[in-house]
Design a protein around this ligand. Structure first.
Ligand code: AMP
Ligand code: ZN
Ligand code: FE
Ligand code: FE
Length: 278
C-alpha cells in the first residue's frame, strides 16, 4: 500500500457522479493508505463507505465539506476526525437539507409563475439523494428543453440576478467551525484559491480554523509552496486531496495529488491534543 492519502472526495450523495461503492473500488485500486469522503453537507457517503470496508482496506477518515458564506463569498469548510454520530452535527445537516429542498421548491414556483412547466419531482430526479441545488434545477430545465444548455439555465433564470433565483441557504463560517468543534473535529478551509476565500483567512483563524487545504488540483506547484508557507504562518495544518467528482473536466482523479500521509498524522495529533483538553 502506498503512503499517499486523499482527503477530498465526492460521491453521488452530493455532486459527484460516482456512487460510494464506485469510489471505494477506485480507492482500493489506487492503493491509498487513507481517504476521506467529503460530500457537501452530507455524511451519507461516509456511512455507506464505512459499511463497505473490511480488513486490509485503506483507512476511512470521517469527513464532510460544509457550505458556508461570508458576505457574498462562498467558503467551503472541510471537517475531519469528528464523531460521525454526533447528534448536533447530524441535526444541523438534516436541517440544512430541509432548508435547501424548500429553497428548491421556491425556485420551481418562480419558474411556474414565469409560465415554465417544471415540477419539484423532476428536480428531485436530478438531485437523487443530494440536497436540491441550482445545478439540479438547471438540469431539469435542460431536460425539458426549456433552455438550450445547462449554462443558459443560469443566464436566463437561475443566476444571482435572474428571475428564478432564490437566495442560498448556507452556514455562517463561525457557525460551521463551532459545529465541527462541538463534534470533536477539525475545521479546514478548502481550496483557498477558488473564489479568493484565502482573503478571509485571518477571520477564520480567529474563529478557530485548524487547517488549510494546500494540495488541490486547482493549485500549481508554486502555489502549493505559497500555501504551505501561509499555513505555517497561521499555525494551520496543511491538508489536501483531489476534490474528485468523477465528472470530465471537473477536477482530478482519486489519489492524483500525492498528498503525504504525514498530513493525516498531524491532523490526528492536533485532534488528540484538543480532545485531551476537553
Ligand atoms: P447553489 O449552491 O444551489 O446556489 O448552486 C451553486 C452551484 O451552481 C455552483 O457550485 C455552480 O456549480 C452552479 N452555478 C452557479 N452559477 C452558475 C453559472 N452562472 N453557470 C453555471 N453554473 C453555475
Ligand atoms: Zn462538489
Ligand atoms: Fe468545495
Ligand atoms: Fe469539494
Amino acid at each position: 500500500m502506498s503512503d499517499t492519502i486523499d482527503l477530498h472526495l465526492h460521491t453521488t450523495h452530493s455532486d459527484g457522479v460516482v456512487d460510494t461503492s464506485g469510489v471505494v473500488r477506485k480507492v482500493r485500486e489506487v492503493g491509498l493508505s487513507a481517504f476521506a469522503i467529503t460530500d457537501h453537507d452530507s455524511l451519507e457517503g461516509y456511512f455507506e463507505a464505512r459499511e463497505l470496508l473490511g480488513d486490509g482496506d485503506p483507512e476511512l477518515v470521517p469527513g464532510v465539506e460544509l457550505s458556508a458564506s461570508l458576505d457574498s463569498c462562498d467558503l467551503h469548510i472541510l471537517a475531519y476526525l469528528f464523531d460521525p454520530e454526533n447528534p448536533e452535527l447530524n441535526e444541523a445537516l438534516g436541517e440544512f437539507k430541509r432548508r435547501r429542498n424548500k429553497r428548491g421548491e421556491k425556485m420551481v414556483q418562480r419558474l411556474n409563475d414565469l409560465g415554465i412547466e417544471i415540477s419539484i419531482e423532476e428536480v428531485h430526479h436530478h438531485a437523487g439523494s443530494a440536497a436540491v441545488g441550482r445545478p439540479h434545477v438547471a438540469d431539469a430545465l435542460y431536460d425539458k428543453a426549456h433552455v438550450n444548455s445547462y449554462e443558459a439555465a443560469f443566464e436566463r433564470y437561475l443566476g444571482n440576478d435572474k428571475p428564478a433565483y432564490v437566495a442560498k441557504v448556507n452556514f455562517a463560517p463561525d457557525e460551521a467551525i463551532s459545529l465541527i468543534h462541538m463534534a470533536g473535529g477539525l475545521a479546514v478551509l478548502a481550496h483557498p484559491l477558488i473564489g479568493e476565500s484565502y482573503k478571509h483567512i485571518e477571520y477564520l483563524v480567529e474563529q478557530g480554523l485548524d487547517g488549510l487545504e494546500v494540495y488541490h488540483p486547482h493549485h500549481s506547484s508554486a502555489e502549493v509552496v505559497q500555501l504551505t508557507r501561509m499555513a505555517d504562518q497561521y499555525g494551520l495544518i496543511g491538508t489536501g486531496g483531489s476534490d474528485f467528482h468523477g465528472r470530465a473536466g471537473r477536477y482530478a482523479d482519486i489519489g492524483s495529488q500525492q498528498v503525504p500521509s504525514d498530513c493525516l498524522d498531524k491532523l490526528k495529533e492536533i485532534s488528540a491534543r484538543k480532545r485531551g483538553h476537553n
